[in-house]
Design a protein around this ligand. Structure first.
Ligand SMILES: CC(C)(COP(=O)(O)OP(=O)(O)OC[C@H]1O[C@@H](n2cnc3c(N)ncnc32)[C@H](O)[C@@H]1OP(=O)(O)O)[C@@H](O)C(=O)NCCC(=O)NCCS
Length: 160
């Protein structure tokens, strides 16, 4: 299911996955109030996926989620995560395929995301057609206060 409309059950599922998926040392996870506030906005969309890569009828069965922000002609993946126990089984890839398809349906020509430069998720993005297009110096503040660059990736949605 899409979590747009944002039921409490969908936010519960997002927070369950968020808390399990993000290592606190990177300071990337959002709290419940940040998620709920973001999803009130009409141009911000959440998606949940189950282990079989399809939309679960019950949000409690979701193992992955993503939140995107839409702007005219382009969309940005704000967060994407899969529970540790469900990784390397194609859920992340399925989420990206779904986000790209939904962005195309909304008329977007580009899909962006920002990633801390040492995130192994880079291979997921590059194997799905994203290319690095920029670097933001010291963009992330890590849990210990240190800084790390962000790499901006872009996917051309008009290419296929
Ligand atoms: C990034 C993340 C969403 C990937 O989810 P996933 O369901 O494991 O991804 P998939 O199984 O679809 O991976 C598809 C391919 O991407 C690559 N890949 C995915 N995770 C990888 C990793 N940690 N290291 C190296 N390659 C990786 C591989 O090529 C993989 O194919 P393979 O398993 O056949 O080798 C997940 O690791 C995660 O939640 N990480 C923590 C949160 C995070 O950092 N999110 C991104 C920044 S917001």
């Amino acid at each position: 299911m899409s979590a747009d409309g944002v039921s409490e059950a969908a936010i519960d599922a997002i927070m369950r996955i968020m808390d399990a998926a993000f290592d606190p040392q990177w300071g990337e996870a959002w709290n419940r109030s940040q998620v709920a506030s973001a999803l009130i906005l009409s141009h911000t969309h959440a998606s949940l996926l189950g282990l079989d890569g399809t939309l679960p009828a019950d949000p409690a069965d979701a193992v992955g989620f993503a939140i995107v922000r839409a702007a005219p002609g382009e969309e940005e993946i704000l967060l994407i995560a899969v529970e540790p126990g469900a990784r390397r089984r194609g859920v992340g890839r399925a989420l990206i395929a779904m986000l790209a398809a939904n962005a195309r349906l909304r008329g977007a020509e580009r899909l962006f995301l920002e990633m801390r430069e040492n995130n192994p998720a880079r291979s997921l993005y590059e194997s799905n057609g994203f290319a690095p297009i920029g670097r933001r110096k010291n963009y992330y503040r890590l849990g210990d206060g240190a800084r790390m660059d962000a790499i901006t990736f872009g996917l051309d949605l008009t290419a296929e």
